[in-house]
Design a binder for this molecule. Structure first.
Ligand code: G3P
Length: 215
């Protein structure tokens, strides 16, 4: 799930299909979080709800600041993935933090070349932002498929985490493209689970069952 909303995470976790949570400064800010102390508290609460990796983003923009933040975040919870942006300073920070053994979710990835550099630097996962590319008229999922294809060709272990998911078709397409993970807003997760024909079928079964019970 792609959210910092605790109730959404509680509700999503109950479905039994969540393998982790990704957050970012905007998602945190939408929950009223604007400092490291509150972010830490929220991330620790999330970590208590979901066993999988929790992605927590640095806000520094220079390498030393990212490295310092990443090392601090790595101590917050049992399974942190530190989110580092796909910038020159970010690759420098990724290469240092990866050598520390800290897991990295390389975020704000908008090109295959950024994904390649991140894999070389040591990213655990790279997050191509599909929706934001679609928003400007590109076909974001084609980049996901290209990254997956190249990573497979060279047996690159970095995971491909499809991000900026806008709708249920993105979820299907991410799977078709071979993405290892998709990070999904709660609203889209529910839409994945629901279908009008399933609802109609349930209603029909119930009506037939109740009708037979009265005969
Ligand atoms: O959290 C990373 C990414 O999923 C954000 O997506 O919707 O802000 O483009 P979005």
């Amino acid at each position: 799930m792609d959210t910092a909303n605790i109730q959404e995470i509680r509700d999503g976790a109950r479905l039994g299909v969540i393998s982790g949570v990704t957050t970012n400064p905007s998602l945190a800010a939408s929950e009223g979080i604007g400092n490291a102390q509150d972010y830490k508290a929220a991330v620790q609460e999330i970590s208590d709800l979901v066993d999988g990796p929790i992605s927590v983003e640095v806000v520094s923009q220079d390498a030393p600041g990212m490295v310092a933040e990443g090392r601090e975040i790595a101590e917050w919870i049992p399974n942190p993935w530190v989110k580092i942006p796909s910038t020159p300073a970010g690759f420098e920070a990724i290469s240092i933090l990866a050598r520390d053994g800290i897991k990295i979710n390389q975020t704000l990835c908008f090109s295959t070349n950024q994904a390649l550099l991140g894999a070389q630097a040591g990213s655990t996962a790279v997050s191509p932002f599909v929706g934001r590319l679609d928003d400007i008229g590109h076909q974001g999922m084609q980049m996901v498929a290209e990254i997956v294809s190249i990573f497979r060709s060279y047996d690159i272990k970095t995971l491909v985490l499809a991000a900026s998911i806008r709708h249920t078709l993105h979820c299907t397409m991410a799977a078709q493209a071979g993405a290892d993970i998709a990070t999904v807003p709660y609203k889209v997760l529910l839409q994945m689970a629901q279908h009008p024909l399933t609802d109609a079928g349930m209603a029909r079964f119930q009506a037939d069952w109740e009708k037979a019970g009265k005969s």
